[in-house]
Ligand binder design. Structure first.
Ligand code: GLU
Length: 507
């Protein structure tokens, strides 16, 4: 099929693990690219060396691989616009900052950290209100305010300087955001952001715009937190003379805390017991280990399906979407403007649905290694039957083992609280009597078991619970698990009886 020329990029900075909001941004870019037969590109924005975190790039790549979001171009795949890691493109940015200097759209600023701090302190207002820009730049130490000979001598003696954008006065920047609609900003509200640092590397703003242009990006789909930077980016396109090939912008709504009060953070996850990262993250600085969806037992398709609906809606009641269905249903105009509340229970709900869609054999591939780890050898036909029986109770993958272990090993202990509640004088002999009837059964199936239980409780004039509760305690070790008859038939007569007799002895 012919391509439409649509090119989108996911452009994370490797400053830490990928938050689920970041995965959603990558996902929407992916869906948009696939839907339009375009290209999906991974660009690593690593020009801020102070915030570089070892392992973060690798983590981002592996997480997106787990999610099944494959890139067409990027740091691994390469591509026609390589390199895709900004730290390997520093020469390119030097040329472009020179263009801005030559055109008078940028200037050198020599202010030291102390001088900037002084300027902030001199203001009657609080720190936040200091803006290096239209109203203050002439009082600062830069190539606009200093005499030419001082500038020259500062450069000659090797003074460090940054390069700032020269924000023009009294202009409006206007653009149409594909999600937010019209955005109009007066340039007077903008500050002279640093474009190039004294370490010889560009800041995010310059590198991002230059690369989007050079990589022929047609749509910039990114988080709402970048909306305030968009006017600055627009000015850069204008100054470079690239307005004609400027990408279209789509700023995605925030993912909110479950109660809707503010942006979802890692702390919310810790507090409420759900992961905010796709995979487990071992922080190299703090050594803290954070949970991941993968390790907690979520299926990648379920995770992706859940994220897709967190801020986008298909316009129908449909909730379960295979990735191909997402691709064909997706469109930017169905992305909501307002923030999306994250619902951890809904995430589990999706996973439960996806587990139910898996075949027993597929689930075997998750349970098999756990059986091996627990030194359990079992006939595969038996394992498959167990899976079929417990599947409905599996929400997260570890529930497979939690719900099936009773079929592979007899209880080693008996729940004390349950015992206290249900075990009485005469319970042991009642169960022995029942076991004797079971052992005389020729055909050990559900129907026969049902009828001997019925006969037994009528004969003994007891309620069903009086027999079944202690029976379950002996066979399972607790009051949990699927139907008692299902358990009995699955275990087989011999094992069922063995557990009853052992239980009576040990309880
Ligand atoms: N490097 C930025 C980030 O980490 C990219 C923002 C953008 O997509 O323009 O979010």
């Amino acid at each position: 099929m012919e391509t439409t020329g649509i090119r989108v990029r996911f452009a994370p900075s490797p400053t830490g693990p990928l938050h689920l909001g970041g995965v959603r941004t990558a996902l929407y870019n992916y869906l948009f690219a696939r839907k339009n037969n375009g290209k999906f590109i991974l660009r690593i924005e690593d020009t801020d060396q102070n915030r570089f975190v070892p392992g973060a790039e690798d983590y981002i790549i592996k997480s997106l691989q787990w999610c099944g979001l494959e890139f067409d171009e990027g740091v691994i795949q390469g591509g026609p616009y390589a390199p895709y890691r900004q730290s390997e493109r520093s020469d390119i940015y030097k040329d472009y900052i020179q263009v801005l200097l030559d055109k008078g759209h940028a200037y050198m600023a020599f202010d030291t950290a102390e001088e900037l701090e002084d300027a902030r302190n001199k203001l009657p207002q609080s720190h936040e209100q200091f803006q290096y820009g239209i109203n203050t730049r002439m009082q600062m130490k830069n190539s606009l305010s200093l005499p030419a000979d001082e500038i020259r001598s500062r450069i000659e003696r090797g003074d460090r300087y940054v390069i700032r954008i020269l924000i023009p006065e009294n202009q409006t920047v206007h653009f149409h955001d594909l999600i937010r609609g019209e955005v109009n900003v007066l340039t007077d509200a903008l500050d002279d952001k640093v474009l190039f640092k004294s370490d010889g590397l560009p800041t995010y703003h310059l590198a991002n715009v230059v690369d989007d242009y050079l990589m022929k990006i047609t749509h910039v789909i990114r988080g709402e937190e970048w909306l305030p930077s968009a006017p600055l980016h627009l000015l850069l396109y204008r100054f470079f003379g690239w307005e004609g090939s400027m990408p279209q912008f789509a700023h995605l709504p925030l993912i909110l805390k479950p109660d809707g009060n503010g942006k979802l953070s890692k702390r919310d996850g810790d507090r409420l017991g759900f992961p905010v990262f796709p995979m487990e993250w071992n922080d190299p600085g703090t050594l803290e280990i954070s949970h991941g969806y993968k390790e907690d037992g979520y299926l990648p398709d379920a995770f992706i399906n859940m994220l897709a609906l967190l801020g986008w809606n298909p316009g129908t009641e449909q909730e379960i979407f295979a990735i191909d269905e997402l691709v064909s249903a997706f469109s930017l105009d169905r992305i909501n403007k307002s923030g999306a509340k994250f619902d951890p229970l809904k995430a589990r709900w999706f996973n439960h649905k996806y587990v139910q869609l898996k075949s027993d054999t597929e689930l075997y591939s998750y349970l098999g290694p756990i059986l091996i780890k627990n030194c359990i050898t079992a006939d595969s036909e038996y394992v498959l039957k167990v899976i079929a029986l417990i599947k409905e109770r599996v929400e997260l993958l570890p529930d497979l083992w939690k719900n099936s272990s009773l079929f592979f090993r007899a209880p080693e202990a008996y729940d004390k609280q349950v015992k206290q509640k249900i075990w009485q004088e005469g319970t042991s002999s009642l169960l022995e009597e029942f076991a004797a009837i079971v052992s005389s059964l020729k055909i050990f199936d559900k129907d026969n078991l049902h009828s001997i239980v019925e006969d037994f409780i009528v004969k003994k004039k007891i309620k069903t619970g009086k027999l079944m509760n202690p029976l379950r305690l002996l066979v399972v070790g607790s009051n949990q698990g699927p139907g008692m008859m299902d358990i009995a038939v699955m275990l087989g007569k011999e094992e069922f009886l063995r557990r009853i007799f052992n239980g009576i002895k040990n309880i």
